[in-house]
Design a protein around this ligand. Structure first.
Ligand SMILES: C[S@@+](CC[C@H](N)C(=O)[O-])C[C@H]1O[C@@H](n2cnc3c(N)ncnc32)[C@H](O)[C@@H]1O
Length: 296
């Protein structure tokens, strides 16, 4: 029997998601190599504009290796207005290529600590490269799943995450893990995609799931899940509801990241199909920033 056939359904979902992001991050490598082959030179203006549009400041982005910026797959800035202070410990769930890890490091300084968790080897390798490019010694990435975090209980001041929990096949488990790893009085600041009244085909397609849409839950379910895990003062701090043009632009920007290799000649036709379907979910999907606390 093949390995995939023996995986439990949740592991199967994670394996599919991981494969998608491994392919996507490989693709950004060839893009930046096409740029100038280094890790901190000419950040593409388009990518820089993209991350600014989701809440990062010009100064924040300018201080990062270009690779960390072009390899970002986030949908908000979980650290904006988060109040992370010097000396604190920040844990980033699904840290990807490390952009938020590096920004967190600027907040916690030399006396603090930043830990990322990710399950995708290619993402971990890229994050470690970007951390090394900055010379940071108190930023690390651990391989693992966010449903069973490789982190001791009660050791983290801040849990952050950017566009990841929607991808989990077991969100209550993730919420329980957040509550476990936070110190008493610790806080959570998470940007994520939420959705309501999605059409059935958006729920059934693995491509939609891996694109952070198909597995997204409603704001109400998110808040209830965090409260059931024991977190308090749970609320949505800001939201960006995607209109038709934004969904269309987002979907189009994702096509070259996912339709790669031998499929590349199909990018034009896939873009047209994706655009048609994207219009049908306009107003039903948005990015929300959730904050919560663990009672101190
Ligand atoms: C949409 S990308 C976001 C990456 C990063 N946070 C950013 O803003 O660029 C999702 C990332 O989460 C990771 N991921 C998804 N589900 C995960 C899980 N259940 N456990 C650990 N990592 C996961 C993927 O490997 C990928 O690197």
């Amino acid at each position: 029997m093949s390995k995939a056939a023996t995986l439990d359904p949740q592991d199967k979902v994670r394996a599919e998601v991981s494969k998608t992001y491994a392919r996507a991050i490989e693709r950004t490598k060839s893009d930046s190599a096409g740029c100038c082959g280094q890790t901190s030179c000419c950040g593409s203006k388009a990518e820089t504009a993209n991350v600014e549009s989701i809440g990062y400041s010009v100064d924040e982005v300018a201080a990062l290796p270009a690779d960390a910026v072009v390899s970002s797959f986030g949908c908000g800035n979980p650290l904006a207005f988060s109040g992370v202070k010097e000396g604190e410990t920040v844990l980033d769930l699904g840290s990807g290529a490390g952009m938020d890890l590096l920004i967190a490091r600027t907040r916690v300084g030399e006396s603090g600590r930043v830990i990322g968790i990710d399950m995708t080897d290619a993402m971990i390798a890229r994050a470690r490269m970007n951390i090394a490019a900055k010379g940071y010694t108190n930023v690390e990435v651990r391989k693992g799943i966010i449903e069973k975090m490789p982190v001791d209980s009660g050791t983290v001041d801040w849990v952050i995450s950017n566009c990841v929990i929607n991808l989990s096949p077991d969100k209550p488990r993730v919420f329980a893990e957040i509550a476990r790893v936070l110190k008493p009085g610790g806080q959570m600041s998470v940007s994520d995609i939420v959705a309501k009244d999605l059409p059935w085909w958006a729920r059934r397609s693995m491509a939609m799931y891996a694109s952070c849409v198909g597995g997204a839950i409603s704001e109400e379910a998110y808040i209830a899940g965090l409260q059931q895990a024991g977190l308090t003062n749970v609320r949505v701090k800001e939201r960006q509801i995607y209109d038709r043009d934004q969904i269309d632009a987002f979907a189009k920007s994702m096509v070259p990241k996912f339709v790669t290799g031998p499929l590349r000649p199909l990018q034009g036709i896939v873009t047209r199909i994706v655009s048609r379907y994207a219009a049908k979910i306009a107003g039903k999907v948005w990015s929300a920033k959730f904050v919560a606390e663990k009672e101190g």
